[in-house]
Design a protein around this ligand. Structure first.
Ligand code: J2J
Length: 538
């Protein structure tokens, strides 16, 4: 097992095995079996490209040999930052087979995030696209490589520039390698974050494949499923809930697309006969509005999943009548626990709750400030433990003490209530994070970046309500000098290489911070102040 990865105590691991949650499957083995069972059926469609399960299996073997020839070995970490293209899945399955660990970066991550996760994970390689959405990842890689001594290889899907072409690595397999054991960590996923620096989440073959299998069952996937991957598949939700991997588990077809606009997506749903897709609330809103005027042919679409941020009941009610498909709410987290409304649930549950845990072995506690369980139906802090929820972040001992109870429950940072049928309603959050329509911004991380500006004395980042995204970010800054401008701050953050979605939506200059009774900055008062100001402006 890779060091620095907390794991389940023996008695829990045995229980999860005995109960049949963990069945000893690995990703490498899963693809091999699907290739044997579904051979010529299409696994991945991307533009005009079609890759069958048999082709995918063979291409992955060739790539394993190529990675092996480069010197990539079991337990090595490899940062993968690719858009929704087939190479994403080929590279990941090749790394899985080799026992090397993909570290998933989002396409919008920039120098700051990539340098940090490469350094922290001591990555030996970084896999990128050449250019995507107008951004040249090779320029980013040059900067990252100059700062991260462990990084030996940059591998490019597309024109390699000064680096290695991924396409040159597909090599006739000659070596033998031992596939990892199912209890090993398969990859590191990025946490939405609440702290100054992003945390890495170790997921094992056993736990993640369990979550795929269950997700595929709950979403009624089979070999006739066509799943459209609209969100970046590096994210846990489109990767596994049931996402591209759950679809492949079921032997279905994954359709990859790089944008979410109705112009692109509606014709594709019709052409590929898509049966299920997953979006965040702002995309659902755009699709609903566009569908009213365009009346697209979505006749094959059975399920629209919405998750990642709270979906308002009012909008949720419009899904069936406007798009003609079922809505499924998904409330999940890269750390583990995923809740789904079930497809045969009554409308009231589907519209008004965020679903119930997918596994009977998921343990849920709703507690007060002292970790005492609150009455059923009351709002409290959501804690969870189970067969696919991590027991700790990668190499984060100190932080793990705060994020997990001594008996292994993960403190989700969400405020929720539980009803008598076991369904959860997300009521808010006690973690210092802004959920920008599914994109998570850790307040402390952004504050640290802003504090690095020499003209800033102090800063506090809070969420402001937003009709479209749910929330946006507002940075309250106490400047050293009154000449500091909003533009200066934004340019500064961009130049530091921060992901664009973390650049504050609004900056407010202020003389002093309101304080709580114990002398801490009162973010609650700041949120109230800005809400009042904004409502008086509108
Ligand atoms: C309210 N808040 C939600 C929802 C997530 C499936 C779906 C989503 C994620 C995800 C995921 C929410 N309503 N429906 O990994 O597998 C907020 C909560 C949660 C945090 C996790 C999956 N769905 N959230 O969004 O790791 O605050 O995972 O704790 O990015 O998003 O964020 P993340």
């Amino acid at each position: 097992m890779l060091s620095g990865c907390p794991t389940w105590p023996k008695e829990f691991a045995e229980q999860y095995q005995n109960e049949g949650c963990w069945r000893g499957e690995t990703f490498g083995g899963m693809l091999r079996q699907r290739a044997a069972a579904y051979g010529e059926r299409i696994a991945i469609a991307s533009g005009e490209r079609r890759i069958s399960y048999a082709d995918l299996d063979a291409r992955v073997d060739r790539l394993v040999q190529g990675f092996h020839n480069l010197g990539i070995q079991a337990h090595d970490r490899v940062v993968v930052q690719l858009p929704n293209i087939p190479e994403f899945l080929e590279a990941c399955f090749a790394l899985f087979r080799l026992g090397a660990l993909p570290v998933f970066a989002l396409p919008l991550h920039r120098k700051s995030e990539i340098t940090y996760i490469s350094e922290f994970s001591e990555a030996v390689a970084y896999i990128i696209a050449d250019v995507d959405s107008g951004f040249d990842y090779r320029d980013l890689a040059l900067q990252v490589k100059a700062n991260v001594p462990t990084l030996q290889h940059v591998i490019v899907a597309g024109e390699p520039g000064p680096f290695i072409a991924l396409s040159d690595l597909y090599t006739e397999p000659v070596s033998q390698w031992q596939e990892p054991s199912s209890s090993e960590v398969a990859f590191l996923q990025l946490s939405g974050g609440t702290t100054g620096l992003p945390k890495l989440i170790p997921r094992t073959h056993d736990d993640y494949i369990y979550s795929l299998r269950l997700s595929a069952e709950i979403c009624l996937l089979d070999e006739n499923t066509v799943y459209l991957a609209v969100l970046p598949i590096a994210h846990n939700y489109p990767l596994s809930s049931p996402g591209v991997l759950g679809t492949m588990y079921a032997g279905g077809r994954v359709v990859l697309v790089r944008g979410a606009s109705p112009d692109e997506v509606f014709p594709l749903i019709s052409k590929e006969q898509v049966t299920i897709t997953a979006v965040v609330p702002p995309i659902a809103l755009i699709w609903l509005d566009a569908a009213v005027s365009r009346r697209p042919d979505l006749s094959h679409l059975q399920v629209l999943q919405v998750g990642g941020a709270k979906f308002s009941a009012e909008v949720a009610r419009r899904v069936r009548s406007t798009l003609g498909c079922s809505l499924q709410q998904v409330f999940g987290m890269a750390e583990g626990l995923v809740n789904y409304t079930r497809l045969d649930d009554p409308e009231d549950i589907i519209v008004n709750t965020q679903g119930r845990p997918m596994s009977p072995y998921d343990e849920i506690r709703i507690v007060d400030e002292e970790d005492r369980e609150v009455e059923l139906g009351k709002v409290g802090h959501l804690l969870t433990r189970g067969p696919y929820t991590i027991r700790g972040y990668y190499k984060a001992e100190e932080h793990n003490v705060k994020s997990f109870t001594t008996d292994g429950f993960y403190r989700t940072g969400d405020l929720a209530s539980l009803n008598s049928s076991g369904y959860l309603v997300v009521e808010g959050r006690d973690k210092d994070q802004i959920n920008r329509g599914g994109d998570k911004v850790a307040a402390e991380e952004l504050e640290n970046h802003i504090l690095a500006h020499p003209g800033v004395h102090d800063v506090a980042v809070v969420a402001i309500p937003d009709e479209f995204l749910g929330e946006r970010t507002c940075a309250f800054i106490i400047p050293h000098e009154s000449s500091l401008t909003v533009t200066e701050i934004k340019v500064f953050l961009r130049e530091r290489g921060l992901a664009p979605y973390k650049i504050p939506d609004r900056v407010e200059f202020i003389d002093t911070f309101p304080k709580t009774r114990v002398g801490k900055v009162s973010k609650k008062t700041l949120r109230e102040q800005i809400s009042q100001k904004l409502s008086s402006l509108s």
